[in-house]
Design a protein around this ligand. Sequence first.
Ligand code: PAF
Length: 285
Amino acid sequence: MTAPIIRTRTELRAMTRSWRQAGETIGVVPTMGALHDGHLSLVGRAEEMSQRVIVTIFVNPKQFNNAQDLANYPRTEHEDARKLERFAVDAIYVPDGSQMYPDGFATNVSVAGLTDVLCGAHRPGHFDGVATVVAKLFLQTSADFAFFGEKDFQQLQVVRRMARDLDIPVQVVGCPTIREIDGLAMSSRNLLLSDQARSRAAALHEVMEQMAEALGRGAVISDLRPEAEARLAASGFGKIDYLEMRTLDGLALIDCATEPARLFAAAYMAGVRLIDNIEVPVPGS
Ligand code: PAF
């Protein structure tokens, strides 16, 4: 089924109003396009949980702090629409900049604390851009459910906090990371890697798995980090922005897995910034 492409807030509102009047629930999957199986798994979950499904595609300039990164971001609307044909998607919402940020737009949504660490510390303003656009998408779609991948775990927690703090009546659903066969987390950025860089990039997940296993046996992360960093460097990774263990809700930094935690990493492969995170088992559990 080919879903209609909606480009304006007015059309979107007319559509969602009629669904609401019919008492139907709405699920939204916010994306920036370049859809891969990770996104499609979110669409599948949205289909299961909601009667109407909207997929949004908007490459949000406010969340890029590097103009080149924004310019390089893959834009593949036609292929994206084709990939969605096998799902019961009711609308693909593809607003342009003037729909999202009309002249005079002056509001910024900022979630304090959670955004000071990890990607927030390395990409100033990134999460303000995410929280602002996602708040708008929640309001524009009036969704009951919204689906986000755990691959961007910090984003998921930021969006949850934003919706809670602003009393936006949407249930934010986190969905498991989908991986390539060699373990690399699926990401639109993987398209930017050469074949050689792509095959080397799998080392990130491999190293993280081994660290998580050792942490689950009670190891201390500062003891594991030097070897892990050396292995990443030997695999071709350049700068490592972070390789840290943090708690789930508050994202507090911890050295030992004394409570439910995740291991987070961001590192550059051939100039492409890759991120990943995995669960760390609590020792003895
Ligand atoms: O995860 C993304 O693709 C983006 O950050 C999102 C949530 C669509 C907001 O632009």
